[in-house]
Design a protein around this ligand. Sequence first.
Ligand SMILES: Cc1cc2nc3c(=O)[nH]c(=O)nc-3n(C[C@H](O)[C@H](O)[C@H](O)COP(=O)(O)OP(=O)(O)OC[C@H]3O[C@@H](n4cnc5c(N)ncnc54)[C@H](O)[C@@H]3O)c2cc1C
Length: 562
Amino acid sequence: MTARPVFANLPDRAFDLIVIGAGINGAGIARDAAARGLRVLLVDKGDIGGGTTSWSTRLIHGGLRYLEHGEIGLVRESLRERERLLRIVPHLVRPLPLLIPIYTGDQRGPWLIRAGMLAYDLLSYDKSLARHEMLSRAESLARLPGLNPDGLRGAALYYDAQVEFPERLAVENALAASAAGATLLTYARVERIVVEAGRARGVELVDLLQAGAGPVVVRAPVIINVAGPWVDEVLAGVPGREPAPLLGGTKGSHLVVGGFAGAPDQALYAAAREDGRPFFIIPWNDQYLIGTTDVWFHGDLDCLVASEAEIDYLLAETNRVIPGAGLSRAAIHYTYAGVRPLPFVPAGRAGAITRRHLLHDHGRDGVTGLFSVVGGKLTTYRELAVHAVDRAQRALGLPLTPSTTERTPLPGTPGADGDFALFRRRFVAESGVPERSAGHLADTYGVRANDVLALATTDDLRRSFDDASGAIGAEVLFAFAHEAAQTLTDVLMRRTMVGLGPELGIGADQVAADIAARHLGWERGRCIQEVDAYRAYVERFRLRHHVASWYKRPTAADSDQQ
Ligand SMILES: Cc1cc2nc3c(=O)[nH]c(=O)nc-3n(C[C@H](O)[C@H](O)[C@H](O)COP(=O)(O)OP(=O)(O)OC[C@H]3O[C@@H](n4cnc5c(N)ncnc54)[C@H](O)[C@@H]3O)c2cc1C
C-alpha cells in the first residue's frame, strides 16, 4: 500500500535529503538515494510526473541533432543510457525506427546526414539496435508511399527508442523509491527553502489537499531542487540567487491526431521548410504525435497551451512532407505543450542551447547543502540521479556508495534482464481478460499487471471502462491502493493513461468515478467534484473552438444513471 504520510507529523521526522519535484529526475534521484540508504522525502506540488515529464516528445534518444552543436559527450552518454533503459525497463521503453527524408535544397544534404548517421552508430557501438541504412529515392517511397516525392533524393533509416508513457517511468521510479524507504508526498508545495546561517536547513511546505492546514517546516541537511522549469521559482528568496536566473526555458508544443492518409508506420524525422528545424511525426498510443516547436517562454508555467501559430506551423509542415495528409484543425484530438528546463543564456538560438544537465551547487552563492538541477532529458534521468546522489552523499559527509540503479529492475520489470516479450505473450494468453485489455495491462504495468488482475474480483472490475485503451476497472483501485494516486486526474492522466486517448478520457472519467464510488466508498459529491476537476484539467489540451461543445458538467443525475 502507498498511503500518503500524515502531513502534520512530517516536522518530527528525520530526513537526510529532501528532493523537491517528483518529475522523472526527482523520482530518479529519490529512488537512487533511498536505495543507497539515505532517508529521503520526495515532495511535489502536484502529482508524480505531472510536470514537463508528461509534455515531452517521449523519445529515449541519443539526440542526433546535438551532434551539429558538437555535443559528442552528451550524445554518447544518452546513447549509453538508451541501451540501459531498453534493458532495464523493457515494458516502458521500446525500439523505434525513424526515417529522415532528404530533399533537394535541404540544409542537411545526403553527405551530412550520412556523416551524422555514421557518428551516431559509432557512438553507440555497443548497442542492441540495428545500424542505420541509407535508402534511395525509390526505396524511401516504397517504405513510405505518402512521402512528398517532389525533390526527394532518398532517406536515412535509423533506430532510437520511445517511452510511450514517461509518466509511468516516473511513477515506477517513485514507487521504487518508496519501496526502498523514501517518503513520497504529492500535492504539497514548497513555499520557501529555509536557510539559516548560510546553510539550507529544510523547506516550508503547504498541504494542497487539506484547505486551511497551516504550513509546516520539514528539516534535512541536504536539499535538491529538481523542480524542472520551476527551479527559479522555488529558489525565490534564497540568498545569492537574485536577480540572475538559472533557467531560460523554451516552449515545445505537440499535436495529437488520429490516423491520416499517407501516415507513416515508423517515425518520420523531417526538416521543417519554414525554419529548417527538424520535427517528428511519431506513431504513438494508437495515434500520431507531431512536434515539436522551440520558442522562448516567459509566461505562466502552470497553464501552458500550444499557440495558434505553433499549431499552424506543425499542421503546415506535416501537410508539406505528407501531401495526402490534408490535416486541418478538425483532425486534432488535442495538443500539449511543455517548457524545457534549459540553462539560462542571455540570447541566441533556442535550438542551440545545450541539453546537458548541470547540478548547481548553491555553496557557490553562499548557501551550502542546497543543489539545483538545471536541464536534463528523460533519456539521461538515471545517470543524472547517480551524479546528484553522489554529491548529496559528499555533502552529508558520508562515504560514497555505488548506485545500484543500473542493475536493479524497476517494479514492472520482469526480473533482472527478464524477457518482457515472453511475459507479455503468456499474460495475454492466460489472463482471462480480452486481448486488448491484457495487452494494455502488460504494456502499462509490466509484471505488475498480475497484481492489477488480482484486484479484479467482480465483473465491473474485470470489464474495460475505456474502449480506446482497454483499461479495466481494477486499475482504478490499484492506482489508489498501490500507486500513490490521490485524485481521479492522477488515475486517468498518469496511472491508467486513459486520459491520453483520442477523447482525453471524457466519458471514461465518469465511469471511473462510479467505480470509485462502488468500491472505495466515494460519496456522490466527491464523484462530481473529481470529474469536474478532471475536466477542468484537460480543458487546456482541447483546441479552443472545441471547448464549448464537449464540456458538460456532470450532475448528480448522471451519477444516478450509472
Ligand atoms: C517539448 C519538450 C520535448 C521534450 N522531448 C524530450 C524527448 O523526446 N526526450 C527526452 O529525453 N527529453 C525530452 N524533453 C526533456 C524532458 O522532458 C525534461 O527535461 C524532463 O522531463 C525534466 O524532468 P524534471 O523531473 O527535471 O522536471 P519536471 O518533470 O518538470 O518535474 C518538476 C516537478 O517539480 C514540481 N514542482 C514545481 N514547483 C514546485 C514547488 N514549489 N513545490 C513542490 N514541487 C514543485 C512540479 O510539479 C513538477 O512535477 C522534452 C521537453 C520538452 C519541454
